[in-house]
Each structure stands twice: as structure tokens, then as C-alpha cells.
Design a binder for this molecule. Sequence first.
Ligand code: GLN
Length: 415
Amino acid sequence: VSDPVSDALAQLLEETSSVSGGEVADYIPELANADPDDHGIALVSVLGRTYTAGDASTPFTIQSVSKAFVYALAVDEHGLEVVAERVGFEPSGESYNAISLEEDSGRPANPLINAGAIVTSALVPGDGPAAQRAAVEAGLSAFAGRDLAVNDEVFRSEVETGDRNRALAYLTKWSGALPGEVDDAIEVYVRQCSVMVTAEDLAIMGATLANGGRNPRTGEQVVGEEAAQAALSIMATCGMYDHSGEWMVRVGLPAKSGVGGGIVAAQPAQFGIGVYSPPLDEQGNSVRGVAGLEALSREFRLHLLAHPDEPRSPVESSRSDDDGHVVALRGEIDFIAAEQVVHELETLGADGLTIRLDLSAVTRIRPAAERLLAATAEDLAGSRCTVVADDPSGVVEQRRTARGGVLPTTTGSGR
Ligand code: GLN
């Protein structure tokens, strides 16, 4: 069965299948076996619906895409501040396996380069590497909503050829960033990179971050909102290695790539996307994956910082009736909508007038907007004008202003 979203994804694959260039990674010998023509994409909405095209269920190793999710697990376990003592936040401007330690603190620059990811893996809860390995596999599986397996050939292949990663781990141990032993951390890290996923898995994992840490398929709260937000933030600034700045300008979505050929991207509160195509560019990012996500972002205006259309007025009508004045609002009330309501109220605010805000067609009030409306009601009370909200569906959450007041309501007492 076709649907408009999958059709758009299929068309995108077709357009980008002609993009050539790049090399399949072979520095981990097992990776060289990947089929360079494999090409798949999947999108999962935060409501859990899935759309796919091409080789969306072909398995490959997650590699560095895992780093963002393991960072979320570590932050969820210890809190951001504890993790921040050992791993930094800044893009390194260097390749993924660079020796990037901050001079004064000895922290790796960020958790998405190998040095930082190895330290992050060592922060996963568990007594010893076997328990930590299990925790990582369980955590990644929870993000994907199914039991993910490890590719033992890739694991062994990378352990055998992983001297550079061991060297990075020794440096972080020497600088004090790495807790525990080098071999233990490497075992957990390499194991995590050898977990098998599909483009569809990556899309669900991305959707889980986009959904505040709750897997939209299983309903499981995998990590808290704060950890999901931290992971998305570091993906936005460091997710594509030395291509992260250009990526943010061209695509404008938090993302993470891996040398297996996978890329995950997410649009907060909307969806996650997974793309798979093994040939890599010089930075180690999938050539067709980058091209596809660039095209997708351009075509559907997905850039998070794109200028939205002019704010529409939330005021549906404003009229006098027997009891005073009714201002009917509609849609979602964010800051810029509330600002327009404040202007309307201040224009109306006269001695003794009662203004009713009809919220029956309001879908949601953002915290800042509610506080702004409540503070305006407080101000107008000073000139003996009463503002009261009719809130039949309970969108008002009774958030307090700086002076301690709440937006007065006649019906519905908040949720
Ligand atoms: N396991 C790989 C490594 O450590 C991951 C690198 C990557 O995907 N960029 O070299």
C-alpha cells in the first residue's frame, strides 16, 4: 500500500540514487562487505506511524550513531553536570577519531567523537564491562523498540584493529576523564558500535528523542526529557563531525552519522528519520544520506530555524455583550500569540470593564504565554478591569506569575 509520505521518501531515494562518490569504510575489515548500492530511508512520527522506502529493513552496524543514544543514557543516569565533568560540549572541528582533549580540563571535546564516546560508554551503569555491555544493548533496544542483536564479526574485527581507539582511551585515562580501565571501556564502546540496526530502527530511535525520550511505538519512557534534549542538542552542534556547521546551515536538524552508512535525524515533536547508504565522504558521513537529507529538508522546509510564516492573530473575535466584553481565542497560544492578546486586552482595559477570554477553541497555552496573560490580568486589575478565562477543556495550567498570581478561570480548574 502506498501513502503520500512513503511516496515522497521513495521519490527522494530515486533522486539521490544517482549521487555517486564516496567509499565504503574498510578500516574495520568487516565493514568492507557492505553492498554500496543498498539505499533505504524510514520516517517515524512521534505518534508512532512508520513510512519507508528502499532498503529500510536491511541490517547494518550502528557504529557512531550509537554515541548520541549512549550519551542520553549516561546523562539520564548521572545528570548532565556529572557527565559534563568528563565529556565536553564543543565541536572539535576535527575528524571523528581525532585526539581532541581540552587543555585545561582534559575532557574530550564532545561525546560524539570517539574519545568522548569511549568515556561516555564507561559511564553507563553496570558493575564491570559485561553488565555495562548488557545495559547499552538494553538501552539501544529500548530506543528502537525491539531486541537489537550484535554483529560478532564486526565486533571482533574492530577489537583486532582498534589500536587507535585504545590509544584515545589511554589518553582519556591519563587526563582523568575516563573512569575505570581502558580495556573495559573499549569493550563496551566497540560492542555498542557493533549493534545491528535498520533505517527503520534509526527512525524510531530518532523519533524517541524527538518525543521527549518516550518511544512512540512501545510507549516506554526510555530516557527523561532532559537527557533527550541534551542528546538532540549535541547532535545539532557535533553530530556530523567536521561537517556539523555546514550541516546545520543546509539541513538544520539534529543528526548523527556512523561509518556503517547510517544517519539518524530528528525534528523535535514531529518525527525521526533513518537513512542507510554505505559509501562515505571524507568526514565519514554517508554521501547519499547527506544528499537525501539536504534535499528533504529543502523540499519540505524542515530546517528548525527556517522563518515560519507571519504569526497569525489568535483573536477570533472581540465583541461586547451584556456582561462586558468577550475575546475569543483560537489555536495554540505561544509567546507571540499571547503578546497579541495582551495588546488587545490593554487596548480594551477600561475602568470596571469585565473581559472574558473564551478559550474553547484554544488547543494549548505555552508556559510563557500563560504567565504573560496572567500577569496582564494582574496589571489590569489595578485599573479595576477584570479578566477571566472561560476554559471548558482545561488548557490553563494555573502557572504562577512572578507576583504569584494565576490566570483566573470560570470553568475548568486546570489539569
Ligand atoms: N566504531 C567506529 C570507530 O570507533 C565508529 C566510528 C564512526 O562511526 N564514525 O572507529
